[in-house]
Design a protein around this ligand. Structure first.
Ligand code: NZQ
Ligand code: ZN
Length: 384
């Protein structure tokens, strides 16, 4: 295992029905002016907005609304939030939603205290924020694990880029599976597949040998497959719902990444396509993963074979055959749970978009094969 330092700042409140007491407990520790951040409408539709507003008011908070955060949050929305925080003297940001709301707020929290443009700062001068308006997250859609880390994925519409930025850590994350019950099953599935993807991207990184983090990872992957099947069969299965929520957190709280370098080439491709198409993240990953892995059978053979055995229970005569059957099992699972396998199923038909995505996506040093941009374009075309 490689050297590492592990420091983890996020206070976790896990459990069905935990939200009210956890929010009230945490609010006792924060300032009076609270920015209540949320998405495009589900929070009000489901009645959760009124409940949370009531709890915040019972705690004596002045609440300022920051709604309308869209899936795949834009840089313009980040700037809108940062301006609100500055103008209204916000003491604390409460992000209530899925990855999009939480990511947007992580960057709002940093941008509000900066005199420079955070995108230029990070991508041109390579400086990272050090001061943040404190924030916490109430998760209503699990899968991204965005509440667990300080990275945020933001779409810069003018630049046609969807890329990571470093932002704030949440001081707390509230993981109450009851809050995800109103999420449409389609989004539950794409979120859970995102968790599986985070595990695979971590597992497939360098070196190819298997360390303790990878062995824990195998267990998380098996757990996601099992509990997603259980939840699709019975959406009232609260146990499976809670397991998926914690698996999502574990995949992104850094634990599985210790002592190794991660891959994340699939994610970078998906984000690049997302910059042009605004596509759903988990669906895009489902389309790319099997195709990308078929291009890694040579370089990533031993790890793909081990994943086939440990996650899918498959073993053939040779390592290469096991690796290939494992990729088939992944593709079958994607089909079984109703995720797309081709861009055309997502309405993406323009090859120029795929070329632009291949030309702008990050090339990941932790991937077991260093692809050229032309190879990435071929992979994206094979997904059509
Ligand atoms: O906007 P509203 O109306 O609230 O609806 C949302 C949205 O349309 C809805 N929703 C959320 N909770 C709900 C609900 N509907 C009913 N009931 C609820 N309880 O779900 C839709 C999708 O929400 P979104 O937050 O966009 O989904 P997700 O959690 O999958 O987040 C996706 C974003 O996270 C980024 C993705 O790239 C994408 O931008 N990621 C962030 C990561 C991170 N920070 O670590 C890692 C991931 O790899 C990922 O890239
Ligand atoms: Zn993801």
């Amino acid at each position: 295992m490689d050297k590492f330092v592990y420091k983890y700042p996020v206070h976790q409140h896990f459990g069905k029905g935990r939200a009210e007491s956890a929010i009230k407990e945490e609010m006792a520790r924060v300032g009076k002016n609270v920015l209540l951040a949320y998405g495009g409408g589900s929070l009000k539709r489901t009645g959760l907005y009124d409940k949370i507003l009531g709890w915040l008011q019972e705690c004596g908070k002045n609440v300022v609304d920051f709604g309308g955060i869209m899936p795949n949050p834009t840089y313009a929305k980040v700037q809108e939030g940062a301006q609100l925080v500055r103008q209204l003297g916000i003491d604390f940001i409460l992000a209530v939603g899925g990855g999009s709301v939480i990511d947007c707020c992580k960057i709002v929290s940093a941008q509000a205290l900066l005199n420079e443009d955070i995108w230029e700062m990070q991508y041109t001068t390579h400086k990272y924020p050090t001061e943040f308006v404190p924030m916490g997250a109430v998760v209503t859609a699990s899968g991204t694990g965005a509440e667990q880390n300080n990275g945020a994925v933001i779409t810069h519409e003018e630049k046609k880029l969807k890329q990571p930025l470093v932002g704030a850590y949440n001081s707390f994350a509230i993981l109450d599976s009851d809050l995800t019950k109103t999420l449409p099953m389609k989004q539950v599935i794409s979120g859970a597949f995102d968790t599986l993807s985070h595990c695979m991207e971590t597992y497939m990184g360098k070196p190819q040998c298997t360390n303790l983090s990878d062995e824990i990872n195998e267990s998380v992957m098996r757990n996601v497959v099992k509990n997603l099947r259980a939840l699709i069969a019975n959406p009232d299965d609260d146990f499976a719902r809670g397991e998926l929520m914690w698996a999502s957190a574990l995949a992104e709280n850094g634990l599985l990444k210790l002592g190794k370098q991660t891959d994340f080439q699939c994610h970078m491709l998906e984000h690049a396509v997302g910059a042009y198409t605004d596509c759903n993240h988990g669906q895009g990953l489902a389309v790319i993963h099997p195709v990308l892995y078929r291009h890694l059978v040579n370089e990533g053979k031993s790890k793909l074979a081990r994943m086939a055995e440990q996650v899918w229970g498959i073993k053939a005569d040779t390592e290469e055959a096991t690796a290939t059957l494992g990729i088939d099992a992944l593709a079958d699972f994607i089909h079984e749970i109703g995720l797309p396998s081709h861009w055309s199923e997502m309405g993406i038909t323009d090859e120029n978009v795929l070329r632009a995505a291949a030309d702008t996506c990050f090339l990941m040093p932790g991937c077991c094969k260093q692809f050229t941009r032309d190879e990435l374009f071929e992979i994206l075309k094979e997904c059509m």
